[in-house]
Design a protein around this ligand. Structure first.
Ligand code: ARG
Length: 366
């Protein structure tokens, strides 16, 4: 009880001060205190939820895109607990966030964790992600990061097309434990075919990526209240796709194929074929998103924006926290100021947290 109230108190003080509502603090804390005494829980007002969400983004140490924390659109689906309504809310989030390509940073709150009441959970890692299939032997089709969830989906009766870019269905666990899935309507998932700006040599790879990165498996904590289901998104930084999703050996592992398509000299590492392939692949990602009118940022611009954020935080007297190894871009990191700086990796509240996955590697529910 006192523990929760102390967290609530710290949050309400900062939140109300930042919003110029200092005169309301004592009154609000009295109500919260009563509510916690009676129920061991307190309900956030929408204003608290909205500003708490923005603070969580501002405190997200791993995020290079935090300059825009105040532009977050917050949606309230806390009272939505039925199957149909939940799928509807998830779809609506994706549609509104996609916004025809002009992506809006967005967060939708479902019910918080309450004693004795298990809230809804989304089992997907992101609203949109591609399936991964293990073929005979060791060959993998699609995204290896999705193998476990794909197995789970198949065990629930879903069937993919076995392509490299099958969008997985949404899978939710309802209060009470029932697991349900639903396909996203194809026309509601904005996808970008990847083309290189000055060669058609990459066309045969038939690459694509989806427009909106919307994380669905993290928990957000605000003033001691935990929200285990809170899909949130920004827009992509090009390297997330071109230098990680496409390039990591444990993901699509495309550098050898890209190098081959571009006739690079793979006989010696010192030809820097991997680096050349990376640059061209990343140029293709940025170019393709721009051509299709889908929001994306290159890592140099993102680093400049982060520099602005650092300045603003300093000016407002707040401590700047960050995780260096996550903030540096995976390409040419030393060409950004971030590489040459230290960051205090302290976890402030409100914030984002990892939480236990509800299924195992073999696709079985826990
Ligand atoms: N890195 C993840 C991906 O490639 C997305 C993480 C969130 N990224 C973002 N730009 N908001 O799918």
């Amino acid at each position: 009880m006192t523990k929760l109230f102390n967290k609530a108190k710290a949050f309400v003080h900062t939140c109300y001060q930042e919003l110029g509502m200092e005169d309301k603090i004592e009154e609000r804390l009295a109500v919260i205190k009563q509510e916690i005494e009676a129920t061991d829980f307190y309900e956030h007002t929408f204003i608290e939820l909205e500003h708490g969400a923005k603070m969580a983004w501002r405190n997200a140490n791993k995020c290079i895109g935090r300059l825009f924390w105040q532009t977050l659109t917050v949606r309230d689906a806390r009272l939505c607990t039925d199957e149909e309504g939940i799928f509807d809310e998830l779809r609506t989030h994706l549609r509104l966030a996609t916004n025809g390509g002009k992506i809006k940073p967005m967060m939708t709150f479902f019910a918080p964790r309450k004693q004795g009441k298990e809230p809804v959970r989304v089992l997907n890692h992101q609203l949109v992600r591609y399936a991964g299939y293990e073929e005979e032997g060791t060959r993998i089709i699609g995204d290896p990061a999705s193998l476990a969830l794909t197995k789970l989906c198949e065990s629930l009766g879903w069937q993919g097309e076995q392509s490299a870019f099958d969008v997985l269905p949404l899978v939710i666990k309802l209060p009470g434990g029932r697991v349900k899935w639903r396909d996203l309507p194809k026309n509601e998932v904005l996808r970008v075919p990847i083309r290189h700006p000055d060669t058609d040599k990459l066309d045969n790879l038939q690459l694509e990526w989806y427009a909106v990165p919307a994380i669905t498996d993290m928990m957000v904590e605000i003033g001691g209240i935990e929200y285990p289901t809170v899909p949130f998104n920004g827009w992509y930084m090009g390297t997330e796709i071109g230098a990680r999703n496409f390039a990591d050996e444990k993901r699509y592992d495309l550098l050898p194929q890209v190098a081959k398509a571009l006739d690079l000299d793979k006989t010696k590492t010192s030809s820097l074929w991997k680096d050349k392939a990376l640059v061209e692949l990343n140029r293709a990602v940025l170019y393709s998103f721009q051509q299709k009118g889908v929001s994306i940022v290159d890592h140099h611009t993102a680093a400049e924006q982060f520099k602005q954020f650092e300045k603003r935080e300093k000016a407002s007297g707040r401590p700047l926290t960050g995780t260096w190894s996550w903030l540096i871009p995976p390409m040419s990191p030393a060409a950004t100021h971030i590489f040459h700086q230290n960051y205090q990796d302290e976890l402030l509240s409100p914030n984002f947290h990892y939480q236990e996955r509800l299924f195992q590697e073999n696709g079985c529910l826990k």
